[in-house]
Design a protein around this ligand. Structure first.
Ligand code: CP
Length: 307
């Protein structure tokens, strides 16, 4: 029997597995409701959301349904990981009933503990450190626009947060060029960045951190941004708005990127803060394509973990 697989970050996936998931996602997208794609038939997934969600919840519930399975969504009032019950005991209950656990919570260590104690696969639907499904949806969107075999050059403008970390890992694994532009003090964690750079050294990826957004977007095929204050950082919003003021993705910044560069955002966007409506609604924006691709790529992740 094969060892149980999880997707807690993109660390679990080799470059070959990443490419296979993206390829399978394209297959799922081509004929969304094909009966032969019901690889999760008669099985059940539990989706635990300890933070708000629109895209992740709807796309996982829809993915499980379209793969022939049944999804049960629980919120923090129902579960309370580490508060009402330990992650270990939650896992030891859930594994008796369901075939897949999808979790969105604050602490990445908590999801790791849950996965360690569970005999069924666990998918990270966002923690403070990683958002792997978002990075995969972005990768699928770039493959559609620029071709699966092309080497990508990506600029991330904003906070060195969970989305930034997951895109950096993706780029490191696939040998892409990735530049983060953030204000001093908002870089990705040095420990994680060191780890990602060691992966990059093997793949040929080039990873850079700068403090000038115009420098980052010069030559970029894709410009990515995310909110300046993530979920749980609302009390820092005013300070962050000041610190990130020069890091807005707007028409002026895009004029420094190649004219065929695309722009994306994991959404929800704070229009007029990290990105202008002019850019988010422009022809260069692929943010809503990426939101759609969450569905297709998550089906491929489920296929990878349970088949
Ligand atoms: N991008 C993303 O994860 O969206 P939700 O928070 O709405 O799930």
């Amino acid at each position: 029997m094969n060892p149980k697989k999880d997707l807690l970050s993109l660390n679990e996936l080799s470059a070959g597995e990443l490419r296979a998931i993206l390829s399978q996602a394209r297959v799922f997208k081509q004929n969304r409701l094909a009966k032969e794609r019901r690889i999760f038939a008669d099985r059940t997934a539990v989706l635990i959301f300890e933070k708000p969600s629109l895209r992740t919840r709807i796309t996982f519930e829809t993915a499980v349904h379209e793969l022939g399975g049944h999804a049960i969504t629980l919120t923090s009032e129902n579960v309370g990981i580490g508060k009402r019950e330990s992650p270990e005991d939650i896992a030891r209950n859930l594994e008796r009933w369901v075939h897949l656990i999808v979790v969105r919570t604050f602490s990445h260590a908590m999801v790791e503990q849950l996965a360690k104690s569970s005999s069924v696969p666990v998918i990270n639907a966002l923690t403070d450190i990683h958002h792997p499904c978002q990075a995969l949806a972005f990768a699928l969107t770039l493959d559609e626009r620029f071709g699966a075999d092309s080497l990508k050059n990506i600029a991330f403008i904003g906070d060195g947060n969970n989305v930034c970390n997951s895109i950096a890992l993706l780029c490191a694994k696939l040998g892409y060029r990735f530049t983060v532009a953030c204000p001093p003090g908002y870089e990705p964690s040095p420990e994680l960045w060191g780890h990602i750079r060691r992966i990059a050294a093997d793949s040929g990826a080039v990873l850079t951190i700068v403090h000038d957004p115009k420098e980052a977007v010069a030559g970029a095929m894709a410009v990515y941004t995310d909110v300046w204050a993530s979920m749980g950082q609302e009390n820092e919003a005013a300070k962050r708005a000041r610190d990130f003021a020069a890091f807005q993705v707007n028409a002026d910044l895009l004029s420094c990127a190649p004219s065929d560069a695309v722009v994306s955002h994991c959404l929800p966007a704070h229009r007029g803060e990290e990105i202008t409506s002019e850019v988010l609604d422009s022809k260069q924006s692929v943010a809503f394509d990426e939101a759609e691709n969450r569905l297709h790529v998550q089906k491929a992740v489920i296929d990878h973990l349970v088949s």
